[in-house]
Design a protein around this ligand. Structure first.
Ligand SMILES: *Cc1c(COP(=O)(O)O)cnc(C)c1O
Length: 396
């Protein structure tokens, strides 16, 4: 019985060009984004220009993390302590964490069996709560019907903030995720689609929002050297209205990201090949449910999820253990205590407890796994086969 021996947290090396660019920045000693020589467009501003052009948005702001991008985006939208913010019940901790950080009231929306936000529940809660904001998390890369979502939100006067931590590069009907809402947030933390250790990007078409976000990110009134922002005159009011949250990206991280953007499309293809190989093996296992991937969705398969609804909690734990024994590190969303990133809404005690029976039922048998590019395509198929073995073992 062969086991899988790969490492689930091993990234691929950064491109040579990243290493060269980082060394060049280090040699200057000018690491702070506003510490620029005369006439110099620093690495951070250049990253903002590159990402803005790649994304197809009018503006991009680079910050310290995806979570900070979310907080800045919410504040820049005017969200404060009295506001209710609708958001996915199925998401990762930085999302409710960002809502808590701005002091707003999260209202969690149910999850459908394809792991997307439940649009019927969204509509109902929008009407009942009269919330004016939705922080939409494209959790694990599953895009909901974005046309219907935007229709619901437009109808109810809801401003949409997109959390694209898992959908950098994904599209719905040919339109990039992040270009539907008023503002979008991306993460360049190690486990996302570009890797600078920590980092975040915020995009929007609204110059006034970008002005507020820039001041919030901590521009020290040096926005005239920002390089890629709105006109300096646009800053006149916001510069005194917005607090400095000190969340700037530095030149080292920007330098390592720019060459990664150049290979992002190739990496997306590589992830999708791995996803297809693993999903192909899982689809052959009776009793395992893969989320459906609609035609309109151009996905980025950097992770894979499946449900095993016929298993009870004890059997789910057995599946986890058996897969683990064969070298396959799965995450399970049904545990009572958060393990790694798999926290569920019940363990967010800083917010009022909310009843989400559909989400709970789905998460009870939901498994999740990253597909690092350090795995070969055939290894991803093998992993799928090993999961099938573990499922059959857990059942009997
Ligand atoms: C990673 C992540 C973020 C932001 O993460 P940071 O670690 O703060 O960069 C936001 N939302 C989701 C769903 C994430 O997985």
């Amino acid at each position: 019985m062969r086991n899988f021996t790969g490492n689930f947290t091993q990234q691929t090396a950064l491109p040579e060009a990243s290493i060269t660019a980082v060394n060049a920045v280090l040699a200057t000693g000018r690491l702070h984004r506003y510490n620029l020589a005369e006439g110099e467009v620093g690495e951070v501003a250049q990253l903002e220009i590159d990402y803005r052009d790649w994304q197809g948005s009018a503006y991009c702001l680079a910050v310290t993390s995806g979570g900070q991008a979310l907080q800045i985006a919410m504040r820049a939208c005017g969200i404060s302590t009295d506001d209710v913010v609708l958001t996915n019940a199925f998401t990762l901790a930085p999302v409710p964490g960002a809502i808590a950080a701005v002091g707003a009231q999260p209202l969690l929306v149910e999850t459908d069996e394809n792991l997307r936000i439940d649009l019927d529940d969204l509509k109902q809660k929008a009407i009942q709560s009269r919330a004016r904001y939705l922080l939409l998390s494209h959790m694990r890369g599953h895009l909901c019907d974005m046309d219907r979502l935007m229709h619901i939100c437009d109808e109810h006067g809801i401003t949409v903030i997109e959390d694209c931590a898992h959908t950098m590069g994904a599209m719905w009907n040919g339109k990039r995720s992040g270009n539907f809402g008023h503002v979008a947030c991306f993460s360049t933390q190690t486990y996302k689609h570009m890797n600078s250790g920590e980092g975040g990007l915020l995009t929007t078409n609204d110059p006034q929002l970008m002005v507020r976000a820039t001041i919030l990110s901590g521009s020290y009134m040096l926005y005239d050297r920002h390089g890629a922002g709105p006109d300096v005159a646009d800053f006149y009011d916001a510069r005194l209205d917005m607090p400095n949250l000190s969340a700037r990206m530095d030149a080292v991280r920007a330098a390592m990201l720019r060459p990664q953007l150049a290979v992002l499309n190739a990496n997306i293809d590589a992830w999708n090949a791995r996803y297809a190989a693993c999903a192909g093996a899982l689809a052959k296992v009776d009793g395992l449910h893969l989320p459906e991937r609609p035609k309109a969705e151009q996905m980025v398969g950097s992770s894979i999820q499946f449900r095993a609804p016929s298993l009870d909690a004890k059997e789910c734990r057995a599946l986890l253990a058996m897969a683990g024994a064969r070298g396959v590190e799965l995450k399970w969303f049904g545990a009572h205590e958060p393990v790694g990133f798999t926290s569920t809404h019940g363990s967010w005690r800083y917010m009022p407890n909310q009843s989400l029976p559909r989400t709970d039922a789905i998460m009870a048998s939901l498994f999740d796994m990253r597909l690092p590019l350090s795995f070969a395509v055939h290894e991803c198929q093998f992993i799928g086969e090993l999961i099938g073995d573990a499922f059959r073992g857990a059942k009997s």
